[in-house]
Write a protein that binds this ligand. Sequence first.
Ligand SMILES: Cc1cc2nc3c(=O)[nH]c(=O)nc-3n(C[C@H](O)[C@H](O)[C@H](O)COP(=O)(O)OP(=O)(O)OC[C@H]3O[C@@H](n4cnc5c(N)ncnc54)[C@H](O)[C@@H]3O)c2cc1C
Length: 448
Amino acid sequence: MIRTDVLILGGGLSGLSTAYHLGERAGRSCLVVDKSPVIGGTAGSVRREGFVFDHTGHLLHLHDPYGKRLVATLLRGNLAWLARSSWIHSQGVDTRYPFQANTFGLPAAVVEECVAGFLKTVHWPAPPATGSFRDWCLAQFGEGISRRFMFPYNEKVWRRSLREITTDWQGPFVPKPAAGEVIRGALMDQAQAFGYNAAFSYPIRGGIQSLPESLARSLAGGRLRLGARVASVDLAARVAVVEGVGEVGFGRLVNTMPLPHFLDLARPLPAGVLEARRNLRHNSVYCLNIGIARPRVSDKHWIYFPEKGFAFYRAGFLSNFSRHVAPAGASSMYIEAARRPSEKVELPRLERLFLEGLRACGILRRSDRIVARHWAPIEYGYVVYDRDRTAALKTVFAFLRKAKVESIGRYGAWKYSFMEEALLDGKRCAERLSSGGRSRAQGLARGA
Ligand SMILES: Cc1cc2nc3c(=O)[nH]c(=O)nc-3n(C[C@H](O)[C@H](O)[C@H](O)COP(=O)(O)OP(=O)(O)OC[C@H]3O[C@@H](n4cnc5c(N)ncnc54)[C@H](O)[C@@H]3O)c2cc1C
């Protein structure tokens, strides 16, 4: 049996960030294990026929000063800053994101319905934090905007009634414009930046995987084991069984694997935790990446598709993030649909529907040649924020604290979060673990 002070389950951004921030100077041994033969988890990339594809669009939205400094340090010169060009396709036209502030160009009756509905809400009281996402949309944006965009788009992503979805995930993700902005956006094409992701950055070369790769470069000396699936975790004996590695004895444990999956592998678990685990729900995302033998099939970054007639909720143009992810003279795209885990998915059928939809809205031409394709099914795509989630997490995390297990990252903490947060989760976790020793986080914070 091998022994390590800190065992990190999962080599995505949060696991790698934990190891990076623990650093060598913290005086503790650590080992990162991941079942995949490649690092990066959801922020990984694949290469096909000269294209670099991600697992759907993965753009860096950097808001935290430390997060910005860290990414700039890690990607040193390999980072482009871009001003977002995101749109919504509905009623046969493209309007700017966010829909609630940009109805210009839609049929007059739709514009009127959206603006009049919004204006009615201006003097309404703030919606209760405990209500459903559906009620929150109606109170925030009114009938028109809700029915034309908020409901159909979010139903495509969450795959269930919005009455079941709570409001505690959306925070900065669903911006509310002022009444003047809604009116101006109905009268003219306003190119004003709204929301959390008005500007973003993306690696110039190597796709998003260059970020986890840069973190992994710090893990010398066998501290990262790939193709190493965790088979079981004995929390009492403090021993994990990892395929290809064997038994690993650990002092502290950091989980970044999807929380329900971790709970399925861990023992012993009290009955209350087993019951709570059944209340953790998620959706899967099916992402089709395609390479097209035509330059610049679009000048946009991505487009949302709320209408039922399209089998996907979003399509993006990866080769507009960086020209180095597609061969000269070609373009690349990602197209996304969500499904409940229980739904049967036939990829060839979905691919046909995706391509038909892209032709129907004029993005693809009949004459276009698809020269590369790659399916990226993301089993754990979106954590479902339903009414059971908060209570279930409370029970699970009370238990994990006692068992001295850190469970972090988008799926370990079971939340809706982005890459910067995964990096920061890892930093904060390393700080909690490295009491006494000087971690890399402290070094970088002091400019070392
Ligand atoms: C559709 C979609 C679009 C997104 N777009 C963006 C975006 O534009 N910008 C942004 O900032 N963020 C985006 N994100 C979020 C981003 O992907 C995550 O925040 C981040 O990658 C999470 O990293 P993580 O380390 O927490 O989890 P993960 O990357 O999922 O890492 C978990 C790791 O655990 C490993 N694992 C699982 N089971 C086992 C096992 N039994 N044994 C060993 N290893 C195991 C997995 O292989 C994986 O590597 C998006 C996510 C999705 C799903």
